[in-house]
Design a protein around this ligand. Structure first.
Ligand code: MLT
Length: 336
């Protein structure tokens, strides 16, 4: 990783433009800092930006909760995939949306790693968003294309060491969870593999299945059905304990690989969204996560909703800050 440490993005607004923006904001400001109307919210479709390609794990989790959230809110909640640059394009776009509750962002651990991985991040995960609540925490799995060869984690480690220069590792771009897990794997093994970035691990999985790329570390929300059907080979889970739906898959730690990570997801609104609107959206998320169909769908994918007391702005903001601090310590300085 050779990227200079993040310089926080400064928004420069020329004085004339600033006056114009202020005028518009004041003219529309009837019921909150954004001009949004909490009393009638929501009276239109709510768009949730997923910062990765359709068909991947973030998209899957978002679609599972979107429908019951919409039912609770009495409006459609639709997914908008804004992929690119490991989730930073979509997060950047969400940070610039009107703070009226009609554009949200569902993102994962990448909100906390991006500040350490990008020198020119175009959003500030803390300053530019109102956290709504945590959603779920997902184990990761180390998988390979069918027929790569190794029979278990031990053999995979030897294979990676012997083929360091040529083995390919798929991930969803710098800042993605699969990139983070790949970095931790490389660090644990002391190797440097060929990275192949995609716009999401949905398309990456297509290439794993097609044999175009060798290995990937990705969330069970993308790998569970391929593991169950035997379409990919699996070597380890990255959680401290084995995963309930896959009791036979060892943890990386059990296999002697010092790698532990799981992927937390959170829902955000742009900074300045009125508190009442944040609360309305939060309550719909809490209701959705208590829905038995949601619990069952997530269980099939190796995960579960967070506890109800974690579906809060405080819980998400605490997790975000803790993880920003953690990854700033762990990840190599960009440029080093
Ligand atoms: C990731 O690796 O960050 C995600 O799996 C990307 C995705 O949701 O496609």
């Amino acid at each position: 990783m050779a990227i200079p440490r993040t310089a926080r993005h400064a928004r420069l607004v020329p004085p004339a433009a600033a006056a114009l923006v202020l005028g518009i904001a004041l003219a529309g400001c009837s019921s909150g800092s954004s001009g949004a109307d909490p009393a009638s919210y929501p009276d239109d479709t709510i768009e949730v930006i997923v910062p990765f390609a359709a068909g991947g794990p973030t998209d899957t989790v978002t679609r599972i909760v979107a429908e019951p959230m919409g039912a609770e809110l009495g409006q459609q909640v639709v997914v908008q995939n804004v992929e690119g640059a490991g989730g930073t394009v979509g997060a950047g776009e969400a940070s610039q949306a009107d703070p009226d509750g009609y554009t949200a962002l569902l993102h994962h651990i990448g909100m906390s790693t991006a500040p350490s991985l990008y020198a020119d991040l175009n959003f500030d995960p803390v300053e530019d968003f109102e956290p709504v609540g945590l959603v779920t925490e997902v184990p990761m799995t180390i998988i390979s294309r069918p027929g790569l060869g190794p029979a278990d984690m031990d053999e995979l480690v030897s294979y990676i060491e012997e083929n360091e220069g040529s083995i390919t590792l798929a991930h969803a771009g710098v800042g993605s969870a699969s990139n983070l897990c790949g970095l931790l794997l490389e660090d644990a093994l002391g190797v440097d593999v060929q990275e192949v970035p995609y716009d999401g691990t949905g398309p990456a999985m297509t290439d794993i299945l097609g044999g175009q790329v060798d290995i990937m570390c990705d969330q069970t929300t993308n790998t569970a059905s391929q593991i169950t059907s035997g379409a990919v080979d699996v070597y380890a889970v990255t959680t401290p304990e084995r995963v309930e739906v896959f009791p036979d898959i060892p943890t990386a730690q059990e296999e002697g690989v010092d790698l532990e990570v799981s992927v937390w997801h959170g829902l955000y609104l742009p900074a300045g969204t009125p508190e009442e609107i944040v609360e309305t959206l939060r309550a719909s998320l809490e209701t959705a996560l208590a829905d038995q169909a949601v619990i069952d769908a997530l269980a099939d994918l190796g995960t579960a909703p967070v506890a109800a007391d974690q579906v809060t702005p405080d819980a998400l903001s605490t997790r975000l800050q803790e993880q920003i601090d953690l990854w700033a310590e762990v990840l190599p300085e960009p440029g080093s």
